[in-house]
Design a protein around this ligand. Structure first.
Ligand code: ADE
Length: 244
C-alpha cells in the first residue's frame, strides 16, 4: 500500500480565530476543506498569554504610537502549535517580501505553512528572528491585520492542490502562469451592446486562437505590468514547482 500522505495544512495563529474559515469555508476552498483535501487550524494567540488579564501586547520600547505583540506570548503560541521544523513559518506583514505565484507554488509543494497574523503596530523583532518567521506581504497597502492577507495566501495555495480544481477550472492558462497576465475572455451573447466577440475566437482555428491569445496577453502585460516582462527569463516558472 502507498504510504499515507499527510494532508496539506495551514496553521494560523491569530487574535481573531473566529474570522476563520470565513471565505475559505465556501466555494472551491470550502468544498475542498469539507472533503478533506486540506486542513485548517486557526489558533488563538491569546491562549498563550501568561497573565490574569490575558494581555498579548505592550507599548513599543523607545516610545511611539500603538501596541506591539509580545515576543514571549507569540513564541509560546508558535511552540504549542507544535509545527514541525520543515513547515514554512510565515508572518503576514506589509513589511514582507511580496507574495508571488512562484512562492505560492512552492508552498503548495510542501506540507503547508504556519502563518502568524500580525496586529497592532507590529510584532517584537526578537520572536521573528528566534522562530525564523519569514515576512510576507500581499501588496503595497496596509490592512488592519494579517488575517485577510493570510486568507488570500491560503486561497491561492488551496486552489492549486491536487484534486481541488476540476479540469474546467484548470489554472494552466491563467495570469502569472507564464509571467503573463491572462488574455481577455468572452462568452455569449455574441453581440453585447454593439460589441461583438472577436471573429478569430469563432473561427474554430485553434492555432490562430492560441496565437491571438498569446499576443493579447503580451500586449496587456506590456501595458499594465512591464515589470513582469522585464523579470521573465530571470526566474523559474511557477509551473515547474506545482505538484498538481
Ligand atoms: N498586514 C497588514 N497589511 C498587510 C499586507 N499588505 N500584507 C500582508 N499582511 C499585512
Amino acid at each position: 500500500m502507498a504510504p499515507q500522505q499527510h494532508i496539506w495544512r495551514a496553521t494560523v495563529l491569530t487574535l481573531f480565530p473566529e474570522m476563520f474559515p470565513g471565505p475559505l469555508g465556501v466555494s472551491l476552498a470550502g468544498r475542498a476543506l469539507v472533503s478533506g483535501l486540506w486542513a485548517l487550524d486557526a489558533r488563538d494567540i491569546r491562549e498563550s498569554a501568561g497573565d490574569r488579564h490575558r494581555s498579548v501586547d505592550d507599548t513599543p520600547a523607545g516610545g511611539g504610537p500603538g501596541m506591539v505583540l509580545r515576543a514571549d506570548v507569540l513564541a509560546k503560541a508558535i511552540d504549542t502549535a507544535d509545527v514541525s521544523p520543515d513547515r514554512p513559518r510565515l508572518l503576514m506583514s506589509p513589511r514582507g517580501r511580496p507574495l508571488t505565484q512562484l512562492q505560492v507554488a512552492e508552498l503548495v509543494a510542501g506540507p503547508g505553512p504556519l502563518i502568524v497574523c500580525g496586529r497592532f503596530e507590529g510584532v517584537d523583532q526578537r520572536v521573528i528572528e528566534a522562530r525564523g518567521l519569514e515576512e510576507v506581504s500581499i501588496g503595497d497597502y496596509v490592512l488592519s491585520g494579517g488575517e485577510i492577507a493570510a486568507m488570500a495566501l491560503i486561497d491561492a495555495c488551496v486552489r492549486l492542490l491536487p484534486g481541488v480544481m476540476g479540469k474546467a477550472e484548470s489554472g494552466a492558462d491563467e495570469s502569472f502562469s507564464d509571467s503573463l497576465l491572462e488574455y481577455p475572455q468572452y462568452t455569449r451573447p455574441q453581440n453585447f451592446e454593439g460589441r461583438p466577440i472577436p471573429d478569430i475566437l469563432l473561427s474554430g482555428d485553434h492555432a490562430k486562437v492560441a496565437a491571438w491569445r498569446r499576443a493579447e496577453a503580451e500586449a496587456l502585460t506590456r501595458a499594465r505590468r512591464p515589470d513582469l516582462l522585464a523579470a521573465r527569463g530571470n526566474q523559474k516558472s511557477p509551473k515547474d514547482t506545482t505538484n498538481g
